[in-house]
Design a protein around this ligand. Structure first.
Ligand SMILES: C[S@@+](CC[C@H](N)C(=O)[O-])C[C@H]1O[C@@H](n2cnc3c(N)ncnc32)[C@H](O)[C@@H]1O
Length: 235
């Protein structure tokens, strides 16, 4: 059995809705361009590299998913592997965790410098009411995807919500020990289709209530912005 998409993100519908919110008003003051696409190439499509470099751009698509978390009014929302911690300004009670310290990485801006490892999982078992990880838990072979989703869900307390995204290219690279960046142009189409089926099969019947499930590997294997496997659940 294969996990089908559930409540997938619709960029034009969401754009229409989001532009009526106070959050959009706040964000649009700070950025030249607010985009609504989960795919980086679509966002910069038609713009020259120089134009892209001259703009401040925020991708608002993650707010579609984050709304499920903020709807719970949690006292804390953890952004795990937050890197630049960009959502902190706009999401109440957000705490960004990352292993990278600002002194060593110019894009790092975590509230807490922590390495997510087995000890972290043990110490934080079912303690988080809301947490998300955008493309930060995908540095492992693709065949382990189900195990890693379940591991992430172990952080979420009963009734809490989690959102996790993966870029399949990163996981495939680790699986086949590729030295080059993999994408839909250098992998045969049938292989990419097989990968999508594999992921849908592995993620069928997960042990929690799915709210959103999307797998867009067939569209593009390498999806560095918000991943091509997106899972949002209630525990
Ligand atoms: C591809 S970046 C994604 C950053 C951010 N979530 C975003 O969407 O812009 C992955 C981040 O995860 C962090 N990360 C990866 N493995 C980690 C670990 N074991 N513990 C803590 N942070 C980790 C990295 O330091 C990096 O900042």
């Amino acid at each position: 059995m294969y996990q089908e998409d559930l409540n997938p993100y619709n960029s034009s519908e969401y754009e229409k809705f989001f532009k009526t919110t106070l959050l959009y008003k706040k964000i649009s003051k700070n950025y030249d361009l607010v985009s609504f696409d989960n795919d980086l190439m679509q966002i910069i499509n038609g713009l020259t590299t120089r134009t892209v470099l001259s703009l401040s751009i925020l991708d608002a698509a993650p707010f579609y998913y984050l709304q499920y978390l903020t709807d719970l009014n949690p006292s804390k929302i953890y952004d795990i592997g937050c890197r630049a911690n960009l959502f902190k300004k706009y999401v109440p009670n957000l705490i960004g965790i990352d292993v990278l310290a600002a002194k060593k990485d110019r894009d790092a801006n975590a509230d807490e410098y922590l390495k997510i490892n087995n000890r972290f999982y043990e110490e934080n078992f079912e303690t988080m009411e809301a947490a998300f990880a955008i493309n930060s838990f995908h540095f492992f072979p693709l065949k382990k995807i189900r195990e890693r989703v379940i591991q992430f869900s172990s952080l979420i307390s009963k009734g809490g919500r989690g959102w996790i995204t993966f870029n399949a290219a990163i996981m495939l690279e680790r699986q086949v020990k590729s030295k080059i960046r993999l994408n839909s142009k250098n992998i045969p189409e049938e292989e990419v289709e097989k990968l999508e089926k594999f992921v849908r099969k592995e993620l069928y019947d997960l042990p929690f209530k799915l709210e959103v499930f999307e797998c867009t590997i067939n569209k593009e294997l390498d999806s560095p912005l918000t991943g091509n496997v997106r899972i949002l659940f209630t525990k």
